[in-house]
Every structure is written in C-alpha cells, then in structure tokens.
Design a protein around this ligand. Structure first.
Ligand SMILES: Cc1cc2nc3c(=O)[nH]c(=O)nc-3n(C[C@H](O)[C@H](O)[C@H](O)COP(=O)(O)OP(=O)(O)OC[C@H]3O[C@@H](n4cnc5c(N)ncnc54)[C@H](O)[C@@H]3O)c2cc1C
Length: 418
C-alpha cells in the first residue's frame, strides 16, 4: 500500500482499498488480521528491499492496469533473489545451494533439526535454535495435485520451479502442524498450451482474454471474459480451464485486439476467417462460427475503454461478457491454445501473527516456540481462494520479514530495524 505517488507508483493504494480488493477476490476466505498485517507492512517493504539491493522499474502499459497498485522489480524474480543472496552473504550468512530438506525433527511442537540431502547424495542433520520454512507449495508434486484434482491434474503445467514438491509441508502436516486452505485452491493462470511442463515463467501467460472470447474444445464459451480488470481476474483462468473437458481452451481475438496486450512468447495461430482458424486450432469449425456469430449479435453498442470497466457488454447470451465486448469481425483472427498453468497452491501451514507454525498438541492447537513459516507455504492464511496481482510477493516479503524477526528473537537476538 502507499498513500501518495512514489518513484515507480502512481496515485495511492490505501489500506482499505487493498483490503476490499482482497476481500472481494477471496470471498472473505482469509484471516482478516493477517491480511491487515500484510497490507500495512507492505508500506515499508520497498525501502527494506532497496536496502538489500533490489531495484524497481515503472510498470509497462497495456492490459495489466498496474502502475497504481504494483511495483515491478528490475530484472524480475531472479534479479530479486540474487540481490537477497548477495546481501545475505555480505552479512556472513552461509547458503547451501542444491541442498534438499527431507524432513524436520519436531519434538512436542519444537523444531530440533533438519535432515538434509547434499548435492553429492550425502545425508546430514542440521540442528538449530529456530527454523523458518519457506519451501513453497506443492504445485510441482503431480501425485498430490492428482489427489486434489483427479486425472485432470495430468494436464496442468507448472509455471515455476520443479522443486516445490511440498515435501516439508507434508512432513509437517504428518507431525501435527495445523493446516489452512483447500488443496484444489491456488493461483493458476491460463498459459499457452505449448509451454514447457516447468518454468515457462511469465512469458507463456496469455493476456488477451478480456479482449476477445474464450471457448472450450467444443467451441463453447464458458465464462465472462470481461468480468473485471485483468489483474483481478487473470489468476482464476487456470482453474476455469481446468474445469473444461480435457483441460484445454482457446482464446480468440480479432485484429482490433492487437497491440492492446502483452504479446506471449509463442505466436498465436492466425487466419482470415473464423472457420479457417477453427481448423488450425483443431476446433469444430461450424460450432466456432456459430459461437462467434451469436456473440457478435449479442454485443451492445458502447464506448470501448480498456482502462475502465466500460459499457461494452453483451445482452441475451450466457455467459454474458460484461465489459470490453466488441464483435470479433475484423481479420486476421488469432487463437491461442490454453492450459491451466499452476503458479502456487494455497493449502498450507496455519500461522499466528508472529509467523509461528500452529501445531496440534495434547492440549489442542498451540503455536510452536521456534518454528516459523513464510511465503507460499502459508499464503493460504490470506488467500483462501482468488488473487490480486502482486499479493504473492507481498505475502512472501511481509511474512518473511516477520518470520525473520520472530526467529531472531526466539534465538535470543535483538532484531535490527532494517
Ligand atoms: C511464473 C511466475 C510468475 C509470478 N509472478 C508474480 C508476480 O508478478 N507478482 C507476485 O506477487 N507473485 C508472482 N509469482 C508468485 C511468487 O513468485 C511467489 O509468491 C513467491 O516466489 C513465493 O516465495 P516463496 O519463497 O514462498 O517460494 P519460492 O519462491 O517458490 O521458493 C521456494 C524455494 O524452496 C525450495 N524448496 C522446495 N522444497 C524444498 C526442500 N524440500 N528442500 C530445500 N528447498 C526446497 C525451492 O527450490 C525454491 O527455491 C509468480 C510465480 C511464478 C511461478
């Protein structure tokens, strides 16, 4: 949040507006207290990040209406973590790369040691006064995704690392950690179906959904493509595609949409007619022609403005398109095949205000004195479902700072202010 324009941010994004946005997308499925903490503490994150070498850049224009609400790292996530590694090393912190945590030794809710596997295969145990777990969700664990989603999970692509297999999360759940969230909920966007299985990153996301229509493999529309601004809706489209037959869908636009969205890495299929496009995409041509015709006839006159919730909408069809509805009638037509792209899962560890992991004990649920969590592994405390752009990194940064301070205190150190 910020109350006035800052270097790379325009206007203000107040606590109340941020909170209302979260409330809306989660449908209230969030801890109000932890959400308020995330929002309030986000105000001081950027100066702290800059102190550790992170640099910011102004947001790009286009469909992602973000310059007021989101600050972008120069160089993206990799530059961000590299800055943190450099800063940590300059403070004498040792980093063991390519080292896998297999399990944690927990006794009466207290962390004792971590069992690790080194890059050469040797196993070791590391004892410590405190620990913070920040090992992500379980999005890269196909078996776990299948438990939640059934066979549909076989068609999911993972947008990030292959290493977030939820080993630490599952180990802690087995050892009595309290959980929050639903295993089928998560951040999932529609990505290009031609994206790699892992690490496709941001460039495979398809951002033209709100500028056209989306159909399933039967060439039928299934959801309002113009429901809200893209930053508040893009993260539901992976889930929507996951619910379609064979977990595949197609985003269809015409010439008018060109230049209005961030172009994805793979070019779309293009054609001079809708039936030709259908053939190229493997869709039933007559059905697609009919769906587009019905849509075009339903479009009402309005004033197109992608920067506001405009009055271009359909009437008399289901599902309606409630904003930015323009007829799809100007060739060339373009289509992108879509798959669910899982960014991260929401089932996670329940935490208190100090990021202590809550553990089931003999006398009920109690917080651990020395085990803390941060990031995706506990994002479900704030995100029961839905997403607003940027809140993933905000949760990671805020919870990470709090967990760091709490762990330092629990280990007997005075936390520093930076
Ligand atoms: C393609 C993509 C685009 C995104 N874009 C945005 C965005 O624009 N804005 C935003 O706010 N958020 C975005 N996010 C989400 C954001 O990246 C995450 O919320 C954030 O990285 C979570 O941080 P984390 O430290 O909890 O998890 P991660 O960054 O995933 O780090 C977890 C780490 O734990 C390691 N690990 C896992 N298991 C083990 C184990 N057993 N032993 C040892 N190490 C382990 C993994 O290798 C990994 O390095 C995006 C994510 C992706 C994948």
């Amino acid at each position: 949040m910020h109350t006035q324009p800052e270097d790379v941010l325009t206007g203000a994004y107040t606590e109340d507006e941020f909170f209302e946005d979260l409330l809306k997308v989660t449908g209230g499925e969030m801890s109000h207290d932890l959400a308020r903490i995330v929002i309030r503490e986000s105000a001081s994150c950027r100066s702290w990040m800059k102190h550790h070498g992170v640099r910011f850049q102004p947001s790009l224009g286009g469909t992602l209406h973000l310059s007021r609400t989101n600050a972008f790292f120069l160089g993206g996530g990799k530059a961000l973590v590299n800055a943190y590694y450099r800063s940590a090393e300059s403070h004498g912190i040792q980093i063991d790369y390519e080292t896998f945590v297999e399990s944690l030794d927990i006794e009466h809710g207290r962390f004792k040691s971590a069992q690790i596997c080194l890059p050469d295969g040797r196993k070791e145990s590391i004892a410590a006064k405190t620990a913070i777990v920040a090992s992500g969700g379980f999005e890269s664990n196909r078996d776990w995704l299948r438990e939640a989603w059934g066979p549909a999970a076989d068609n999911f692509l993972i947008r990030g690392t292959r290493f977030n297999t939820g080993v630490v999360l599952r180990d802690l759940i087995a050892k009595g950690a309290a959980t929050v969230g639903d295993p089928t909920q998560g951040h999932a966007v529609a990505v290009d179906a031609r994206a790699p299985l892992y690490d496709g990153g941001i460039v495979t996301r398809i951002d033209c959904v709100s500028l056209g229509i989306v159909v399933n493999k039967n060439a039928e529309r299934f959801y309002d493509e113009g429901e809200d601004f893209w930053p508040k809706r893009y993260a539901i489209w992976g889930r929507l595609v996951a619910q379609q037959p064979d977990q595949i869908a197609f985003s269809i636009i015409d010439h008018k949409a060109r230049g209005r969205f961030m172009p994805p890495v793979f070019p779309g299929e293009t054609a001079q007619s809708i039936s030709e496009l259908a053939v190229k995409l493997g869709l039933p041509p007559e059905r697609l022609v009919s769906t587009v015709e019905q849509f075009n006839q339903a479009v009402q006159p309005g004033h197109f403005d992608h920067a506001v919730l405009d009055d271009c909408q359909t009437a008399g069809i289901h599902p309606a398109k409630t904003h930015w509805a323009l007829p799809i009638n100007e060739p060339p037509f373009t289509g992108y095949p879509l798959r669910p792209g899982i960014t991260f899962t929401y089932l996670g560890l329940k935490v208190d205000h100090d990021m202590r992991v809550l553990m089931q004990g003999a006398s009920g649920v109690d917080h651990s004195e020395n085990l803390f969590a941060a990031g995706e592994i506990c994002a479900g405390n704030v995100l029961g479902k839905g997403y607003v752009a940027g809140v993933g990194m905000t949760i990671g940064t805020v919870f990470g700072r709090i967990a760091g301070r709490s762990a330092a205190r629990a280990a007997g150190y005075q936390a520093q202010s930076v």
